[in-house]
Design a protein around this ligand. Structure first.
Ligand code: ATR
Length: 291
């Protein structure tokens, strides 16, 4: 990478941010496009978020990604928010348009694009079971509902969180059938039986010793099962794959949401393979450091 007086600056705001693979992936995207830009990690404490966005304006940083824990809080400090991001209540991409900061959410579009390319699946008129009711679940559920899903069941450890998320979804999608249940196999079994698509959005599975939230015997060949964890194939995906279900890990979603952000910033479509190669090398280097 060559830095000159004309190089544009991009970055990611998060706390912590040292684990993020976005710098590796987005710099690879820029390099492949021959776009004169650099993408940096910015560790921003929650109490400094407003100042950080003023800094983005003052320094003329051309765009940022936003990650945990700022995706929701950042909306308050932007000049404008895309309607879909506003409805989800979370922003993961900010574009600096002549000093005005505009927020977008590419997580949902990234999820749908990955699902289409990896499992050849679209959620229209399909039944969806989603595990988890946090920020990631809300974004994905909103997108799946927008894409015309027939029904949605939200399974969560704390059912009251799932109930709150269900209320928000029913408000935006009055005709969508939304139900909730506990995150245990017995409660999920009847919903899995009628589901076409299962989406795992909790942190369960990040450690290889985590148990699968659903036993293998409940999966069928015609299930499509996604997990947002991208560091390795989770016990859930292994269980589903052992029964012949189509599975899709979090790597595809990470790449597609990043590519959608690059498109918002540059108007160009980056090469997904170049981004994937950089990510896989980054994940390998990280696990080698841990050993
Ligand atoms: P994110 O933005 O990544 O979705 P989050 O908003 O903190 O993160 O949400 C975390 C989700 O993972 C929640 O659904 C949480 O369940 P609770 O609502 O009961 O807290 C779920 N989660 C986290 N750790 C979990 C665990 N060990 N077992 C089951 N669910 C877990």
């Amino acid at each position: 990478m060559r830095i000159s007086g004309r190089t544009r600056t991009y970055g990611i705001l998060g706390y912590p941010v040292g684990h993020s693979l976005s710098p590796v992936m987005q710099n690879a995207a820029f390099a492949q496009l021959k776009f004169d830009a650099a993408y940096l990690p910015f560790e921003v404490r929650p109490e400094d978020l407003r100042a950080a966005l003023d800094g983005v304006r003052a320094l003329g940083i051309a765009g940022v990604n936003v990650t945990i824990p700022h995706k929701e809080a950042v909306l308050a400090y932007l000049d404008d928010v895309d309607p879909e991001a506003a409805a989800i209540g979370a922003v993961n991409t900010v574009v600096n348009r002549d000093g005005r900061l505009i927020g977008y959410n590419t997580d949902g579009a990234g999820f749908l694009a990955a699902l289409k390319s990896e499992a050849r699946f679209t959620p229209k008129k399909r039944n969806v079971l989603i595990l988890g009711a946090g920020g990631a679940a809300r974004g994905i559920a909103h997108t799946v509902a927008s894409a015309g899903a027939a029904s949605l069941v939200i399974a969560n450890r704390t059912v009251s969180h799932a109930d709150l998320m269900a209320q928000g979804l029913s408000h935006h999608f009055p005709y969508l059938k939304v139900r909730t249940c506990d995150l245990n196999p017995a409660a999920m079994e009847p919903h899995l039986a009628s589901a076409h698509l299962v989406i795992q959005t909790t942190s369960l599975g990040m450690k290889p010793t985590d148990p699968s939230p659903l036993p293998a015997k409940l999966f069928r060949k015609d299930h499509v099962v996604c997990d947002i964890v991208y560091t390795q194939e989770t016990p859930l995906l292994k269980a589903a794959r052992s029964r012949g279900a189509k599975v899709s890990g979090g790597l595809g979603m990470l790449i597609h949401q990043g590519a959608a952000a690059v498109f918002l910033w540059t108007g160009r479509r980056p090469n997904l393979n170049a981004m994937k190669q950089a990510l896989v090398a980054g994940i390998r280097a990280k696990s080698a450091r841990k050993r």
